[in-house]
Design a protein around this ligand. Structure first.
Ligand code: SAH
Ligand code: MG
Length: 946
């Protein structure tokens, strides 16, 4: 027997069930009877002697005055009931009215609603408006019982939504509601409504005296109270300042705000929707323009606002609220709520205003989520969930949409099963040659697909921003693919946020450059809607660029742009952050007035963690931290970047204001680097291998160096010098060693580490090595430098996977045809080994999981997000043997970590190329190819060799 699923009435908007409709129509005359139905035994297992519990199924009969219907059979009682009701609706031909009301119906409903809001019944209900009703009945004289129309419009959501059926424009201009309310009230008898000087509504015959009396008695506010609020002057020359509202039980609180705004009466005050958090009562209070014409037909032609503003716009308040405001505005958190009859109030500090302001920008939302306004920054890249700190991009985007009154963002997931494996190894395959749907992308860098991944599903995500009325504003469809849908969503959200953030941060640049970058971000802008919905931040952002001559005082540090007086103190522990690692700092930022000995701490944060290399902190901080080692402290000053941020982080705005206005003030950062967690790849390798995989690679290389009796060595892609440093500890025959890398940061770190090692070695008098010269060059290893030709041995450990595949192949060619070392050692990860690493890492990853998803490594299919590819054993073998054959070298393939005979082979695969012929035979020197590497650092031994 079949059980049916409930189908049929599925109203799109308010969920009106068939039972509700029947109830509305028949009330208690509708009688439902549920009956349990026995199912036949046909599904039972024959011969089974243990009694089987069979699921119960139900049927419902519905008795109505003129009709009896019986439902089909359902697993749930309530589904049977709904089905019976649905049948009855069909049989009776009841029109299911789920359609929107017509404008006429809406007018009627508005009139009825206003009548209800002024009824005695309503007065005793717990509704923000009933609080106002109580308060206005206590007003003195003429105005007793007069309710400002603005209050009615703002605090009763139903009136607002009914107005939308009359005029959709209400959506973008909530104040239009007021004119409709007044118009509706004139249709009500027994009501007085004025639209002139003071727009208010009053019931002609007041409430019975006993009701008013009891209201007077139950008033909760005994003592006068002081509520901190903020004044936002319309003149931008004047600063935003704190004001105090003195509220007493004798006076309607809106009157006190009116006085503060220089207005006669509460009915001249307009009130914004609530700002900030959904639960907050914080609103803007401002003057209704004098020439305010409460006639909807007088709307401006652009439809943007129905208010005829008198004076110049209050840009700051308008930006905050999202609609035009003229004149001064008061930001306060005060009013009646759903929770309690008493007046609710909360202090609002100037700091809160600035926090709201920057909380409207994507970057600001991120900074606030990290409680680090002066250090954190919206990261520009999404690497792994585990490395992300602070609110996730998707949440920030949703928040942004809420702030700007847009619909929730729409995410669509596009899934790809990878195509047939593409031949990617050893050939000159260009990314551009690949079809768009051949995927395998990590963090923006598309790569060729690999046989290993051909059966894996990958996801892309498209995100759309829509206005409230569902107009498309922006579409963002980044090319990047992820193994987890959620990561694709985070990535797409971040791409869009970063782009949007540029819009908000560009104070000077016109909008055009953003259009130009849109393509790179995979963004399509629907301009008309964009300009209408996302207003610009430009006009209010308060940039105080101080013209300081920026110089660097310290000799041992690398200049950082925009930073002066950089000082790094404390012994170099050698533990340094690098791209991908998680750094933990404690920092403080102070405002310093030069020459006056004034220093005021603004922001202090301990144990602030961030991923290095993705821009998760302001560039100054990142660049300085990259020069530090754990245990060191750094001090530096920068010019004031924006005063908004300073006001948002400092609690004493008055003091800040006066300090900022003094000449020659700057920000001083003090940073302590407390911890560095290595990048994921290294963490995994260390956890799984003893000695660590990197140590094993170095030892593998050292063994070959010793065996070969080499005297000269070149380390291609030396990074921070892990191999070079190790070579200082071993006794080899090396005399001259050279490191080449493309990254100045890596080379700087290498130089520091090598320097400190050489100093300690010579101090202790122990000199193990025979090394006489050590040089670091900056340059790409795909280019040839003739000075480095014919070295005995070349090493290239875990470097090629950081280049595009065709570049890696080019390096092989250049190395063996121009550099021609006697021996070349190349190591790179074995892609097939990743499953082992992933498995072992699951435990560590658990702590980062949300909702039980496994994402850490899956989101990044390679070991390190900087890897452009990782080869299988077969791919590596093919590349190495092809290269060796082409250049007349021998090659042997082995590896470290794991074993060649046990699946899936070594963790790191290593090729050792050997040249049997002597260099004179086939010396190749192509002057066109010769690039002079940039010498970064050199050390020459001055000691006489024993
Ligand atoms: N060999 C080191 C570093 C490996 S990390 C070690 O085993 O610890 C990879 C390094 O390759 C990085 O320092 C990166 O800057 C460098 N690199 C990437 N592409 C390069 C190129 N085209 N030329 C030179 N170095 C490159
Ligand atoms: Mg690597």
């Amino acid at each position: 027997m079949e059980t049916k699923e409930l189908t049929g009435v599925a109203p799109k908007k308010a969920i009106v069930t068939p039972k509700t409709i029947i109830h509305q129509k028949f009330g208690t005359k509708a009688c439902y009877t549920i009956e349990e139905v026995k199912e036949s035994d046909e599904n039972d297992c024959p011969g089974l002697s243990i009694p089987q519990k069979r699921p119960c199924v139900y049927r419902c009969s519905l008795q109505l005055p003129e009709l009896l219907v019986v439902s089909g059979i359902f697993k749930k009682k309530k589904d049977a009931e709904q089905s019976a009701a649905e049948l009855a609706i069909q049989k009776l031909g009841i029109r299911v009215d789920t359609d929107d009301p017509t404008p006429e119906e809406a007018w009627d409903s508005i009139v009825a609603r206003i009548n209800y809001l002024f009824s005695e019944n309503f007065l005793s209900s717990l509704h923000p408006l009933s609080g106002h009703m109580g308060a206005i009945l206590q007003r003195k004289g003429d105005l007793c019982g007069s309710l400002p129309v603005s209050v009615l419009a703002v605090y009763d959501a139903k009136l607002g939504s009914l107005c939308k059926y009359i005029d959709p424009e209400v959506e973008s201009n909530p104040f239009l509601v007021m004119s409709y309310i007044i118009k509706a009230t004139t249709k009500l008898s027994g009501f007085i409504a004025t639209a002139e000087q003071h727009p208010w509504i009053r019931k002609q015959s007041p409430y019975p005296e006993d009701i008013v009396d009891s209201l007077l008695k139950q008033d909760g506010l005994q003592e006068p109270i002081q509520v901190a609020a903020v004044r936002i002057p319309s003149s931008e020359e004047k600063s935003v300042e704190a004001v105090t509202l003195h509220i007493s039980s004798k006076e309607y609180y809106l009157n006190i705000i009116a006085n503060e705004l220089g207005l006669e009466d509460a009915s001249n005050v307009l009130i914004s929707r609530n700002l900030g958090k959904a639960s907050s009562e914080t609103r803007l209070f401002f003057a209704a323009p004098k020439s305010y014409i409460l006639d909807p037909s007088s709307k401006l032609p652009n439809g943007k606002d129905g208010l005829h503003l008198d004076g110049p716009s209050n840009l700051r308040a308008s930006y905050l609220s999202g609609h035009d405001i003229a004149g001064d505005a008061i930001l306060a958190s005060i009013g009646y709520t759903w929770k309690c009859r008493d007046l609710f109030y909360e202090d609002v500090a100037v700091q809160s205003y600035y926090r709201m302001l920057i909380g409207k920008t994507p970057g600001g939302i991120y900074k606030l989520s990290r409680e680090a306004l002066l250090a954190s920054e919206l990261p520009s890249r999404f690497t792994t969930r585990a490395n992300w700190r602070g609110s996730f991009p998707r949440d920030i985007l949703c928040n942004f949409c809420r702030q700007h009154r847009l619909s929730e963002p729409l995410f669509s997931i596009i899934s790809h099963a990878s195509k047939e494996p593409t031949e990617s190894c050893g050939s000159n395959l260009k990314v551009a040659d690949l079809g768009r749907d051949v995927i395998g992308c990590v963090n923006g860098a598309p790569t060729t697909s690999r046989p290993m991944q051909s059966d894996t599903e990958m996801f892309q995500c498209e995100v759309k921003l829509l206005s409230r009325c569902e107009n498309l504003i922006i579409k963002c469809f980044p090319k990047d693919c992820f193994k987890k849908q959620n990561d694709a969503i985070q990535n797409a959200s971040l791409k869009l946020l970063v782009w949007l953030n540029n819009n908000f941060n560009n104070t000077v640049v016109p909008f055009e450059p953003l259009y130009e970058t849109a393509d790179i971000f995979g963004i399509q802008i629907f301009s008309e809607n964009f300009f209408r919905e996302i207003s610009h931040y430009h006009s209010i952002q308060n940039c105080q660029q101080l013209n300081q001559s920026l110089g660097i005082n310290s000799s041992c540090t690398t200049p950082v742009k925009g930073v002066c007086l950089l000082k790094i103190e404390g012994p170099d522990s050698g533990v340094c952050p690098c791209n991908g690692s998680l750094s933990c700092i404690s920092y403080s930022v102070s405002l310093v007035v030069e020459g006056e000995n004034i220093k005021k701490v603004i922001e202090v944060t301990n144990n602030f963690e961030f991923e290095v290399g993705v821009g998760a902190v302001i560039s100054y901080v990142e660049e300085v931290v990259m020069q530090m080692s754990v245990g060191q402290s750094a001090y530096f000053t920068t010019s004031i970047f924006t005063s908004d941020l300073i006001f948002a982080s400092a609690s004493d705005s008055v003091e800040m204001q006066s300090l900022l206005s003094s000449k020659g003030c700057c920000l001083e950062y003090e940073i302590n680097l407390t911890k560095v967690a290595e990048p994921l790849e290294e963490r995994m390798e260390q956890a799984l291998f003893n000695p660590s995989l990197s140590k094993q690679r170095v030892e593998f290389a050292v063994r070959h160096i010793i065996e070969s009796h080499a005297t000269t060595l070149i380390d291609f892609g030396c990074g921070s010098g892990s191999l070079l440093e190790a070579l200082l500890k071993y006794q080899t025959s090396l005399e001259k060693i050279v490191g080449v890398d493309i990254s100045p940061k890596g080379l700087t770190r290498a130089a520091k580490v090598l320097h400190s090692k050489l100093v300690t070695n010579s101090d202790s008098g122990v000199q193990l090595t025979s090394i006489k010269s050590l040089i670091l060059y900056e340059g790409s290893i795909t280019k040839f430098g003739s000075r480095l030709q014919g070295f005995d041995i070349g090493t290239c450990l875990e470097v090629i996977e950081h280049m595009d595949e065709d570049e890696a192949c080019l390096f092989g060619d250049v190395a063996l045809s121009f550099f021609c070392p006697r021996i070349l050692i190349v190591s790179t990860p074995n892609y097939e080994y990743n499953v082992v690493l992933q498995r072992s890492n699951l435990a560590a990853q658990e702590q980062y999981e949300e909702s039980g998803e496994k994402t850490l490594l899956q989101s990044c299919k390679f070991r390190n997000h900087d890897h452009k590819f990782e080869w299988t054993r077969e791919q590596f073998q093919k590349w190495a043997s092809g290269l060796a054959a082409q250049h007349n070298y021998n090659v042997e393939i082995s590896g470290v970590g794991g074993s060649a005979d046990i699946e899936p082979g070594f963790a790191s695969q290593i090729a050792v190329f050997k040249r049997e012929w002597s260099l004179e035979d086939g010396l190749l020197k192509d002057a066109d190819m010769d690039h002079h590497y940039n010498k970064i650092w050199e050390w020459v031994c001055h000691r006489k060799n024993k």
